[in-house]
Structure formats: C-alpha cells, structure tokens
Design a protein around this ligand. Structure first.
Ligand code: 1JT
Length: 258
C-alpha cells in the first residue's frame, strides 16, 4: 500500500484525544498522504485538538459544533477556496444515565439529544460540506452493532445509530449523482474516552474477544485503514453501506465456549 490518499483533502470531525477513533483514522490518512483538516467542539477542546493537529501535521484545525447551524456555516466559510474529497463524521453523544438504566426509562430530552448529536448531525454536515466536494468524494460515519441488535446498555445510542444508518442510505441516494459516496463503519467495541466510563465495559470487551471469529477485540488502526479504503479510489463502487470492522463478531449466532 502506498499513498492511497495522495492529493486528497480530508476533514475529520470528532478527534477529541489520542484514543478517539477519529484520531486513528487521521493517523491512517496521514500515512496515506492525505491533507488533514480537523475540527473541535468549542473552546474547551481547542488547545487539545490543536496539539493533536500538530502531531498529525494537520493543515487546519477549526472550531465546529455540529449542533449549531451558524457554526457549521462559519466552518464552511473558513474553508473558502478549499476542495474537500473526504468527510469523516465521528461524533456521538448520549447522557450517561441513558446508557445504564432500562431503555424504557429514556427521557424525551435524552432521546432527542442523542438523535440530534449522533444522527441528525450527519445530515447537517453532509449538507454543509457537499458543495465543497466539487470532484465527488466520500463521506463516512461511525456506527455500532447496537443499531441493529439489542445490546445491553447501548439503549438510546442504539436507536440513534439505527437512525444514523438510515441517514447513510438516504444521503447516499441524494448525493450519488454528484459522485459523493456515503457509508458507515460499524466498529467493534473500543476503549475510547467515551466508552471508559460505561458500566461493565471491560466485560463487554472480554465477551466480544471470546466470541469473535478472530478471538480478539478491534484495533482502532483497523477502523482507520477501512476508512482509507472508503476514502480512496478503491472504495469507488461502495455507497449506502455499513461495513463491519469488528473481528467478525456480528456474524455469530450462538457461541459456546471452547
Ligand atoms: C457513545 C458512547 C457512543 C459510547 C459508545 C458510543 N458508541 C459506541 N460506544 C461504546 C459502547 C458503549 C456501550 C456498549 C458498547 C459499546 C458514550 C457516550 C457518548 C456516545 O454497550 C455494550 C454502552
């Protein structure tokens, strides 16, 4: 493999720290010769993401809170004259209490918050950046198996990811004529900063590693390399899809211990 993304510019939303899946994607993109633009959410993250941007050789680091239409517009304005080839959306949020108590107890506000940040933001991001993708390109997001199966505790995020995966299909249809592809990567559980505080998360990781065909967890670099495939010419025929990068876990039905 050599320089699969040479000459391409990628904007990556969702780098918060070096454990972020978006950070692993940025590392793979840098290795493949992409020009990187990173965004951060609000002043609180500015210094951290600017430092990470330096490590990654990013060309620009911009503020962008995807829940605010005027901030998205300001980000697009800051990109004037730029051609984008790839947009990586690696953003999600839900209230902690909604990832532990029964799904039945989900509040209206908690439900709407998860939907707004985790699913609708892909629609607003695609609408904002597609006009800069003048030579076509690739938009991708991150999802999880809890979108299509009941996964204990994933709850409101599962419903938001189900909406996100449906957004991928509808956006793929709307943007296909401009040669913009839209896909999702469904990653196996990864110990990110967001996941770290989740109840029994270590048990989830161990359970997955015991059952998955590859008998291990997902390495974030594997997600980064699949993102390279989707962002490069190698992925040119793939749109509207969900690609599982999960050590094979999702194919299993009943698994009995060896
Ligand atoms: C969010 C969080 C989105 C954790 C997430 C997420 N997508 C995947 N994970 C990890 C995860 C979490 C649970 C799980 C399996 C994987 C944290 C809050 C912000 C949004 O259940 C088995 C609960």
């Amino acid at each position: 493999m050599s320089q699969l993304l040479a000459g391409k510019t990628a904007i990556i939303l969702g780098v918060a720290n070096k454990w972020s899946i978006a950070y692993a994607i940025a590392e793979s993109y840098r290795r493949e010769g992409a020009r990187l633009i990173l965004t951060y959410q609000g002043e609180r993250q500015k210094a951290t993401v600017e430092d990470l941007g330096k490590d990654l050789g990013a060309a620009m680091v911009l503020n962008c809170d995807v829940t605010k239409e005027e901030e998205l517009a300001a980000t697009v304005a800051a990109l004037s004259g730029e051609k984008l080839d790839v947009v990586v959306h690696s953003i999600a949020f839900a209230n902690r209490e909604d990832l532990s108590r029964p799904f039945l107890e989900t509040s209206r506000d908690g439900y709407l918050l998860a939907q707004e940040v985790s699913a609708y933001s892909l629609v607003s991001v695609a609408r904002a950046f597609a006009p800069l993708m003048t030579e076509g390109g690739s938009i991708m997001t991150l999802t999880y198996l809890g979108a299509v199966r009941v996964v204990q505790n994933y709850n409101v995020m599962g419903v938001a990811k189900a909406a996100l995966e449906a957004c991928v299909r509808y956006l793929a249809n709307d943007l296909g004529a401009k040669n913009i592809r839209v896909n999702a990567i469904s990653a196996g559980p990864i110990k990110t900063a967001s996941a770290r505080g989740i109840k029994d998360f270590s048990n989830v990781l161990d359970g997955v590693a015991a059952v998955a065909p590859l008998k291990r967890n997902t390495d974030p670099a594997e997600v980064g390399d699949t993102a390279v495939f989707l962002g490069s010419a190698l992925g040119r025929g793939v749109t509207g899809n969900v690609i599982y990068v999960d050590a094979g876990f999702q194919v299993m039905g009943l698994a009995t211990p060896e």
